[in-house]
Design a protein around this ligand. Structure first.
Ligand code: COA
Length: 172
């Protein structure tokens, strides 16, 4: 039987699970987070979680992140890193724990996020920025109806190297 995937609001007790998966070099490089792995402490992540939980109370949050549960087990995070309500646009981001990758889960999670956010936020334009060394993420976006707009050169300096990314968008 197909595993059950649910998106739900983050809770403070997700902290332990986040700490199990999140401090991973490849994951951090892919999401463009250049904080050294050893700086991803429990205190740091707790602050991040508290910020997300506060955002749920806002009618127009500038950021909106959800937990991905697979068969009721926390597996990752997906959501909007930025929402600009005035221009009806948002930038999405996501990660899933190593154990869960390559099984089609993020494609399913993104489809759920889009379905829900079309109702909740009604955004015209949703974008995602994917480093060129992360083709799996580009594939997820393409399977969910995103198109490549172009490549941005030397967009960020990660691990002392300039990297390019591709901008993907979905217009409603
Ligand atoms: C990128 C990531 C989100 C993908 O999640 P996932 O659940 O493994 O994705 P899915 O299984 O739904 O789909 C991945 C697709 O990419 C394909 N893929 C995997 N590696 C690939 C590669 N090196 N080149 C091309 N395609 C690749 C898979 O075959 C699959 O496509 P298919 O269903 O047509 O076969 C996950 O690996 C992850 O969390 N990585 C770390 C964080 C991250 O990169 N976040 C995204 C930042 S933009």
């Amino acid at each position: 039987m197909k595993e059950e995937i649910k998106l739900r609001k983050l809770r403070i007790n997700d902290l332990e699970s986040i700490m199990e998966f999140f401090p991973e070099k490849e994951l951090l490089m892919n999401i463009g987070n250049d904080i050294p792995v050893n700086k991803i402490t429990k205190t740091f992540e707790k602050k991040w979680l508290e910020k997300q939980i506060k955002n749920y109370k806002k009618k127009k949050p500038s950021e909106y992140q959800l937990a991905i549960d697979i068969d009721r087990k926390f597996a990752g995070v997906i959501g909007f890193n930025k929402i600009d309500f005035k221009n009806e646009q948002g930038v999405i981001g996501y990660w899933i724990g190593r154990l869960f990758r390559g099984k089609g889960y993020m494609t399913r999670a993104l489809k759920i996020l889009l379905k829900n956010s079309d109702k909740k936020f009604k955004l015209k334009r949703i974008t995602a920025n994917v480093f060129t060394y992360n083709p799996a993420s580009g594939k997820v976006l393409e399977k969910c109806g995103f198109k490549i707009e172009g490549e941005r050169r030397k967009i960020k300096k990660l691990d002392n190297k300039f990297v390019n990314d591709k901008v993907y968008s979905r217009i409603k």
